[in-house]
Write a protein of this length. Structure first.
Length: 435
């Protein structure tokens, strides 16, 4: 985790103290269940909670023990025994390290997902507000980066809103898929521990029992989780690139907010660069990169190995922290985005009406021209306009082949900008509902 791109609330999920607190809770809840089953004394379970519930675990001491034992869970259990005393002998009975590690990881991932879902909600709120603000603001739609037909800026933001709505649904599903608990023992057979212990711990930790584990929770669950984060990051990048394109000097239809005292360049005082959206593009690449090791972690040897462990220690915190930062930066970017309707209109008019070419094509075919001829008539009048040689509507009115089918008034009718926006309300209702 790099502090520059880390927000405290998400970072706290991955701090050692949080991890050890979760480990303790897993062990203590398991002790409660073992006590109810009569496997260990009830007083021992109570003592475990009483002695360590509010303890601050000594991370340096645990690290010291691990340097000798070369085993993180044993190091923690040794330190826990120093806190609890003799009753610590009843901790971890019938369990294996992965029961603690995997259950803890899934607790952390579900907590991280909850924050990310909240982040997406903030992005959605910002997109909805600005979309309705510019619902009918005309702008040019582009395909291949070239002027195509008119859209509204509200529709551009509605596209993003629909995409992030899907992102939210995927993340909710990924959270559910990864929210499982395994307290099943050395190779997942419950030979040394009753399945009811797992059920108790799962409920206490806000998880559900893993239907069948080996010594680990299957990593296809985690692969889906991190792949989902990667897809969300791709949506972040898509919107960021749109803003970067719109901020280009030659376009300047929208731009990032530039605060008082902000500097755009160390060399050129006039610069106002799209630094936030460029930053989001880079962060998105990193989140996607973490999906690959998660997928490679699925294939473990037999009932378990630890080839996944080192990767997860990095990708768990880094992917969630990075996406959390990116989503919150994106929400703020949209909230403060500067939008320039006058420049949008200027760019719309730049091609002298060529953006209405399809309407002319259709109108000609409806009046009897073949599609091939209609396309030829429209294109031959459009190309000179591309070269700056005349006005599209004027050229069409002088074309004898066009005039065989369309009057001047009918030609003029095809240049109505509002025609393109007659279904904006319908699209908005599909995206936002009846609000």
């Amino acid at each position: 985790m790099i502090p520059r791109y880390t927000r405290p609330e998400m970072a706290s999920i991955w701090e050692p103290q949080t991890r050890f607190k979760i480990w303790f809770e897993i062990e203590a809840h398991a002790a409660d269940a073992l006590a109810e089953l009569g496997t260990i004394p009830k007083e021992a379970a109570k003592t475990i909670w009483a002695k360590a519930r509010d303890a601050t675990f000594d991370v340096a001491r645990i690290d010291e023990i691990e340097r000798e034992t070369k085993h993180d869970v044993i190091a923690f259990l040794t330190h826990l025994a120093e806190i609890v005393g003799p009753e610590a002998r009843f901790v971890h009975q019938g369990m294996t390290s992965s029961d603690v590690l995997d259950t803890c990881l899934n607790v952390q991932l579900t907590r991280a997902a909850d924050l990310l879902i909240s982040d997406i909600d903030k992005v959605l709120a910002a997109l909805k507000k600005r979309a309705f603000e510019h619902k009918m603001t005309p702008t040019i739609g582009r395909s291949h980066g070239i002027h195509a037909e008119p859209v509204t800026f509200g529709l551009k933001l509605a596209y993003a809103y629909a995409e992030f709505s899907r992102a939210r649904e995927r993340l909710v599903a990924a959270r559910k898929e990864v929210a499982t608990c395994a307290i099943s023992g050395a190779v997942g057979t419950f030979a040394q521990i009753d399945p009811r212990v797992e059920e108790h711990v799962a409920k206490a930790m806000g998880l559900v029992p893993e239907p069948i584990s080996t010594q680990v929770i299957p990593r296809d669950r985690h692969a889906m989780y991190f792949a989902t984060l990667g897809v969300i990051a791709s949506s972040v990048e898509r919107l960021s690139i749109e803003i970067r394109h719109l901020q280009r000097t030659e376009v300047l239809e929208a731009e990032e907010f530039f605060s008082e005292g902000q500097k755009g360049s160390s060399a050129m005082p006039h610069k106002r660069n799209p630094v936030l959206s460029e930053n989001l593009t880079g962060l998105s690449r990193m989140v996607r990169a973490y999906a690959m090791p998660a997928m490679e972690n699925v294939a473990l040897w037999h009932e378990r190995d630890i080839s996944h462990s080192s990767a997860e220690r990095m990708i768990g915190p880094d992917a969630t922290v990075t996406l959390d930062f990116a989503l919150m930066r994106l929400a703020g970017l949209i909230e403060k985005l500067l939008i320039h309707p006058a420049n949008m209109q200027k760019n719309l008019d730049r091609l002298g009406g060529l953006v209405h070419s399809q309407r002319l094509l259709i109108a000609l075919t409806q009046k009897g021209a073949s599609r091939e001829d209609a396309y030829k008539y429209v294109q031959r009048n459009a190309m000179p306009v591309w070269r700056g040689e005349g006005d599209f509507q004027t050229l069409l009115k002088k074309d004898p082949d066009v005039k065989k089918h369309l009057s001047d008034a009918e030609i003029e009718e095809q240049f109505d900008l509002g025609y393109h926006f007659k279904h904006v309300d319908t699209i908005f209702k599909r995206v936002f509902g009846e609000s």
